[in-house]
Design a protein around this ligand. Structure first.
Ligand SMILES: Cc1ncc(COP(=O)(O)O)c(C=O)c1O
Length: 434
């Protein structure tokens, strides 16, 4: 099972059961229950390394919003990635994970004073400034601490990247960053130059997610380098750091064909070299920030089938024991994930069924028209591919379902990564009326 959206070590054992990291998924279900996130450690580590080698000389940063659990951050950290966080909670998690604060980057379009101050206190490496208000807040907070904040300005470069295409000047109307075409980036830089406790050392531009082509990334590099060169000419200040964001696409189904990492790297690095030469601009320190591409493909969600309702001439509804509370992506983005029978092999003819969750919501979809063996039965286990990114991190307790546990598997060994919630956890924040 090395092709398609399955983790690197996914295979079938003699029973036909799906195995990951040498561990059979039915055994994991028996031991840890379902739903369960099963994370292939080798897959996560291999993807970190692929980015490090595919972008030589570039500082690769894991965008922790994709999945911010202590163990996941430790893996990325051990593989030499920096960590980007987008809230005080993500920052706290990174610190608990033991990440050196100097290797942390703080994002967010509305960071609170407390979050900014927390970042200054622990000494995060870079703060990405997203608004004029934040420039002033940082000036005041850093001044009060007698320090200077090293920041990047987040630029909205006017590149609207979709999975297969992009348009320039297409995405100026965004909540993030300083819109380049409207002159906000210029105003922000000019203002920052007047401040005593904020030092702009570079810029940041992230253009979207699940992008399959290299062109949008190349365009982003060109636009941002042009801006750096113009600022040098206009202000006599040469900024030396450029973060081109994340957004590299991954495979969720066999129909997805993402670009290989080294091709992304080559395209970006060649574009930067050419543009810098043309602009006579010294090559900046480069960073990229993949999130989904680091953890997404590493994980499967394991569910148990609870009911099967065949409606003659209509849909066959297969209900599993989780759903939109552990994976909101199908409901939120019409996302499709591939599924497979995980506890056994079957030669039965495939039949299209609609797999749904157990929530009181019609949009609680796992996968529409999934081709699964026609002998699918109650009690069977289904594995859903590529659920490592934006699933656990977006999980909820809707209908008071407990959030699943997660295990890390490798070479036949199982380590708990996230403890399954309990009913006690569910009510632990409620304050009964007295
Ligand atoms: C600023 C920034 N960097 C990186 C990422 C990671 O994107 P992805 O997980 O698609 O690589 C995001 C995602 O929203 C982002 O907003």
């Amino acid at each position: 099972m090395t092709t398609g959206p399955w983790p690197l070590t996914a295979a079938r054992d003699q029973r036909g059961a799906l195995t990951i990291g040498g561990v059979a998924l039915p055994d994991l279900a028996a031991e840890h229950g379902t739903p369960l996130w099963v994370v292939d450690e080798e897959d996560v580590r291999a993807r970190c390394r692929t980015y490090v080698t595919g972008f030589p000389g570039v500082e690769v940063t894991y965008a922790s919003k994709a999945w911010c659990a202590i163990g996941i951050l430790q893996l990325a950290d051990q593989e030499g990635l920096k960590i980007d966080v987008a809230s005080g909670g993500e920052l706290y998690t990174a610190l608990v994970a033991g990440v050196d604060p100097a290797r942390i980057i703080l994002h967010g379009n509305n960071k609170s004073e407390a979050e900014l101050d927390q970042a200054l206190e622990v000494g995060v490496g870079r703060i990405v400034v997203d608004s004029f208000e934040e420039l002033e807040r940082l000036e005041r907070l850093a001044g009060a601490r007698g320090t200077t904040a090293a920041v990047w300005l987040r630029i909205t470069p006017g590149i609207d990247a979709h999975t297969h295409e992009y348009v320039r000047t297409g995405h100026d109307d965004a909540k993030f960053g300083f819109t380049l075409s409207l002159g906000l980036a210029d105003r922000a830089f000019a203002r920052a130059l007047e401040l005593d406790h904020v030092e702009v050392v570079g810029i940041h531009a992230h253009i979207g997610s699940q992008i399959f082509g290299t062109d949008p990334f190349m365009a982003n590099a060109e636009v941002t380098l042009d801006l750096l060169a113009r600022w040098r000419d206009e202000h006599g200040v040469t900024l030396s750091e450029l973060n081109l964001g994340g957004g590299m696409g991954i495979r969720y189904t066999h129909e997805d064909h993402p670009v290989e990492v080294h091709r992304y790297g080559k395209a970006v690095l060649e574009t930067v070299a050419e543009r810098c030469a043309a602009l006579e601009f010294p090559p900046p320190r480069l960073l990229v920030e993949p999130g989904r591409a680091i953890v997404g493909p590493s994980t499967v969600t394991l569910y148990e089938v609870g009911t099967i309702k065949p409606l003659p001439g209509l849909t066959t509804w297969v209900s599993v024991d989780g759903g939109m509370s552990d994976n909101i992506r199908p409901a939120l983005y019409d996302a499709e994930h591939e599924l497979t029978l995980a506890n056994r092999a079957s030669d039965a003819e495939p039949k299209a069924v609609t797999v749904v969750g157990k929530h009181c919501e019609s949009g609680d979809l796992v996968r529409e028209h999934a081709p699964l063996p026609s002998d699918l039965a109650v009690g069977d286990l289904l594995a859903v591919a590529a659920t490592g990114a934006y699933t656990a991190s977006m999980a909820s307790n809707y209908n008071r379902l407990v959030r699943p546990g997660a295990v890390l598997v490798r070479d036949g060994q199982v380590r708990e990564l996230v403890r399954r919630e309990t009913f006690e956890d569910l009510v632990s924040h409620d304050v009964p009326l007295t």
